[in-house]
Design a protein around this ligand. Structure first.
Ligand SMILES: [Zn+2]
Length: 430
């Protein structure tokens, strides 16, 4: 269709104006995108040591420079003054379950059996936000507990910027030996949906590992022991050969395998099979910790889970005498430290509230670690152990700009880690 000359002119003017406006907007966006951010705190924990007199320059989503201010500041740099604050790498939660919420709200069985996947995802969205805003820019999420592969979907949504949340290292369903996990059916005639993928024999182990990888698993989690003894005792669930084949399938795909284990025998089999981290390790002995040290296997102690569960069972912390389970955990944790085992920071958060991740860090100090070592575990050690040390976990040139600021010095008082003043993930301030 043709238009009259004057109408055409008007249209052209309008188009030209619109183009100018769009161009201006794009320029603004480009400036914002190419813009530098300079962070000026009192001190910087770089993932390994506490540094004074440092500044950190961020460009887009990467750390451009960290150290003394010896470089020329680019013209369009946005400067953020952080007086009285400590800058740290974004914290890394080593053991989370974003698809669980505290057991004193709803029992684990009821979450698995009675909450719909939609409800669980809705909750997980809130959990992801709470985690990020608490300064945890990465989580290693160790099993959806019945919510199938929904962790992978959640991770995708976070990655696309649909919802705020941490980077996720996903285990998907986790693997258990047939008949050992839960929820337990009150009747042998009724099969209940399980909180993890059941397998029996090498064939099914291989199938589950490969299927989980195909569905987006970043790592494989296996339960090397569980409470399925005749009287509910915790006993090993897989042979060492079965665990070794699981590790081999995972390793040939470039993925690590991690094991839930609380008994010395379960831990020993998992360590000998080539597992990369032991989760919980509650009854670890001097001997098994020595083996872990020798093989370079890390312990993720999950102190906060036991602390929470004992309180749900009625323990009034600070008033009542210490439950045997807590005393035992303190003893085994001290043995692990004495043996020089690599200690990860991971609390099994989900058993207690998401966003309360610092609880594990406080307990690590309470149970005998120096605050600076806890900071190392929560950043560089977790990143290296999980295989992401070249991406995040330190304040270092070319790593992702995952950076937080807290008031005060958490290497003096670990409680300061809760005084979050800035959360930056991938160069974006939340
Ligand atoms: Zn767990």
């Amino acid at each position: 269709m043709l238009m009259s000359g004057s109408k055409n002119n008007d249209r052209m003017k309008k188009n030209l104006l619109l183009s100018f406006f769009l161009f201006f907007l794009l320029q603004l966006a480009a400036q914002e995108k190419s813009g530098y951010i300079l962070l000026k705190p009192d001190r910087v924990f770089d993932g390994e040591n506490m540094q004074t007199g440092w500044v950190v320059l961020v460009k887009n989503n990467k750390i451009e420079a960290a150290g003394a201010m010896s470089f020329k500041l680019p013209a369009d740099t946005r400067v953020i003054e952080l007086k009285g604050m400590t800058l740290l790498p974004g914290l890394i939660e080593g053991h989370s379950h974003l698809f669980l919420h505290p057991y004193n709200e709803t029992s684990w069985d009821d979450q698995v059996l009675k909450e719909s996947r939609a409800e669980r995802t809705a909750r997980a969205v809130n959990h992801a936000k709470a985690t990020l805003m608490a300064g945890f820019t990465t989580v290693r999420d160790l099993g959806t507990e019945g919510a199938m592969y929904d962790d992978v979907g959640l991770k995708t949504a976070i990655g696309k910027g649909v919802i705020p949340g941490p980077r996720m290292i996903c285990a998907t369903r986790a693997i258990v030996a047939k008949g050992t996990y839960g929820p337990r059916s009150p009747s042998p005639d009724v099969e209940l949906p399980q909180g993890a993928e059941e397998v029996s024999g090498l064939e099914e182990i291989s199938k589950a590992v490969r299927s989980q990888i195909g569905h987006g698993a970043d790592l494989i989690k296996v339960y090397a022991d569980y409470r399925y003894g005749p009287n509910g005792e915790t006993l090993p669930t897989f042979s060492e050969a079965e665990l070794a084949s699981l590790v081999a399938y995972a390793a040939s795909s470039g993925r690590k395998a991690v094991a839930h284990a609380t008994t010395p025998e379960g831990m020993r089999r998992a360590v000998n099979a080539g597992i990369s981290t032991i989760e919980h390790g509650d009854n670890g002995t001097e001997e098994v910790f020595r083996l872990m040290k020798e093989k370079g296997v890390a312990l993720c102690p999950t102190l906060a889970a036991g602390d929470a569960i004992e309180q749900y069972r009625g323990w009034k912390k600070g008033t009542d005498p210490e439950p045997q389970r807590i005393t035992n955990k303190k003893i085994s944790f001290a043995l692990a430290l004495k043996a020089g085992v690599i200690i990860c920071m991971g609390g099994d958060v989900g058993v207690y509230s998401h966003g309360d991740n610092a609880r594990e860090m406080e307990l690590m100090v309470e149970y005998g670690m120096k605050p600076i070592d806890v900071l190392r575990s929560s950043t560089s050690i977790n990143a290296d152990t999980f295989g992401y040390g070249n991406k995040f976990g330190r304040i270092k040139k070319d790593l992702f700009a995952d950076i937080i600021a807290v008031e005060g010095d958490p290497s003096v008082d670990i409680k300061n880690i809760r005084k979050i003043k800035l959360v930056m993930k991938d160069g974006v301030v939340y």
